[in-house]
Design a protein around this ligand. Structure first.
Ligand code: ATP
Ligand code: MG
Ligand code: ZN
Length: 498
């Protein structure tokens, strides 16, 4: 037996079967009941929200021999002919593969003839934004003087690509993204009809990751069911979607609250390496922090989205309102940024580093200690005649470089260099990356970042360095600061970076 994808099997066949889009349905039914159908429609909106389905239902309702209350009967000859695509009077054209002038010209030649059996000839042109300029012009001519028996239904996800001349001749309907609760309900309905058990929370997770596209939600469900699973649980949904466990989410948040950059980055590294969905992780952090805030204010666990994580949420809710709101705001901003990011993991790391290291306005303590170290440099340097033109060096050791990057907000560099050690031989600075931070190495090796780092080194030491990146192997003993210091002493270099 041929396998029919769930989303096709559950394509709505009547207006009442449609999920969401109530306003559109109401207006279209009203037009049918009152015989006020127009000659050109544009259905626009996000993918998988019901545009094509609505166009097909509408086409049947318009031509149905026994319409009831604006709905097609789906039983008469005409409805059946449209349902099995045998009725030539209703044509579905995919503009993505039929976008030439010739394709549209053949429609223009065809519209002149009266319909075969139905009242109206209906052309559903899907993905209409794909038409060539010539094809749009040809279509415009038809729309300008349409024969009475012809109706066009154009559908697109990208209405901004359609010429205004075309738009102005169509009744336009904007399809909304389907709400999470509507998607969940539909998924539950499909599970019931398919004899599949489910957990409501699990369906909510699917609905969330569908981002308003019902078809995507149904496809995820299909993917899980077709792998032989007979009950939809939170675990198998998370597995399929590559969703991080609430433990990881809680752990990253508590690292942020403890200003523990290293542990936060390790968690993120792990989730990136295991291929988890970063966008979804960001959403998880937002709802988790939101839950902690709600719990803090109300003390009521029944209001939580992540009910099963209540113990962790209670723990996190010990943070201050400001801390929690900052996390929510920062991650919400990140959620937007990441849509356009080529490397979403870098954006995530940078945001986390920023949160772990709240900008302190020039702490006096820091300045004093920096000053002390400068004096120390002068002393150790004393026996060696310094190059006269070289500016006063500000870096003593690798930790100074790191501090300076952090304090001047060079968070991408700072984040990439966390956990590294460095040694200096002649003019070559070698940075050693731990094996689990090879990602940092690839960031530093990007030309613009390398130049930036060299520039900072030069500015603070007066020297130009060749910078090399290496991965620590199991048998390299990481440089302890003492060893590096000795090595630097022995190498007789004026300005020491260790
Ligand atoms: N509003 C809806 N109500 C019920 N089912 C829907 C709805 N939207 C989408 N679906 C489900 O998703 C499938 C695809 O929907 P449809 O083809 O109508 O979306 P579309 O908006 O035309 O998407 P695209 O822009 O990708 O062409 C349907 O077969 C149905 O299973
Ligand atoms: Mg479609
Ligand atoms: Zn009918």
């Amino acid at each position: 037996m041929e396998y029919v994808a769930l989303y096709r099997k559950f394509r709505p066949t009547t207006f009442s079967d449609m999920v969401g889009q109530e306003n559109i349905v109401k207006i279209l039914k009203h037009q049918i009941i009152n015989n006020q159908v127009g000659h050109a429609y544009l259905f626009s909106g996000g993918r998988g929200t019901g545009k094509t389905s609505t166009a097909k239902i509408f086409a049947r309702a318009i031509n149905c021999l026994n319409p009831k209350d604006g709905e097609p009967c789906n039983e008469c000859e005409i409805c059946k002919g449209i349902l099995n695509s045998s009725l030539v009077d209703v044509q579905e054209i995919d503009a993505a593969s039929n976008n030439s002038v010739d394709n549209i010209r053949s429609i223009r030649e065809d519209v002149i003839f009266a319909p075969n059996m139905a009242k109206y000839k209906i052309y559903i042109i899907d993905e209409v934004h794909m038409l060539s300029t010539g094809a749009f012009n040809a279509l415009l001519k038809t729309l300008e003087e349409p024969p009475k028996h012809v109706i066009f239904i154009l559908a697109t996800t990208e209405p901004h690509k359609i010429p205004v001349t075309i738009l102005s001749r169509c009744q336009r309907f904007d399809f909304k993204r389907i709400s999470v609760s509507d998607i969940s309900k539909r998924l539950a309905y499909i599970c019931d009809k398919s004899d599949v058990k489910y957990n409501e929370n699990a369906l909510n997770i699917i609905a969330n990751s569908a981002e308003g596209a019902l078809r995507d939600g149904i496809s995820i469900l299909d993917q899980i069911i077709s792998s032989g699973i007979t009950e939809i649980t939170e675990e198998n949904v998370k597995e399929t979607l590559g969703i991080s466990s609430t433990k990881t989410v809680a752990s990253v948040i508590s690292s942020i609250l403890n200003n523990d950059t290293k542990s936060a980055l390790n968690n993120i590294n792990e989730l990136v390496n295991s291929g988890k969905d970063i966008k979804y992780f960001i959403w998880q952090v937002i709802t988790f922090a939101r839950d902690a805030l709600i719990y803090k204010v109300t003390g009521d666990t029944s209001l939580l989205t992540n009910f099963s994580a209540a113990p962790d949420i209670r723990e996190i809710s010990k943070a201050s309102n400001e801390e929690l709101t900052t996390i929510i705001n920062e991650f919400s901003e990140l959620e937007n940024k990441i849509k356009w990011a080529t490397f979403p993991n870098i954006s995530l790391e940078t945001a986390v580093i920023k949160l772990c290291n709240p900008v302190s306005t020039a702490s006096p303590v820091k300045q004093v200690s920096a000053h002390k170290e400068e004096i120390k440099v002068e002393k150790t340097k004393a026996p060696q005649p310094a190059t006269p033109k070289a500016p006063k060096p500000k870096f003593n050791n690798w930790a100074d470089v790191m501090d300076s990057l952090k304090n001047t907000g060079k968070m991408t560099l700072y984040g990439a260099l966390i956990d590294t050690t460095a040694n200096l031989l002649d003019n070559t600075l070698t940075i050693n990356f731990p094996k689990e931070r090879t990602f940092g190495k690839s960031i530093i090796e990007k030309a613009e970042n390398l130049d930036l780092l060299k520039g900072i080194l030069k500015e603070n030491t007066g020297n130009e360095y060749i910078v090399k990146c290496a991965i620590e192997s199991d048998d390299t003993v990481p440089n302890t600061s003492n060893e590096t210091e000795n090595m630097l002493k022995n190498s007789g270099i004026n300005v020491t970076i260790s």
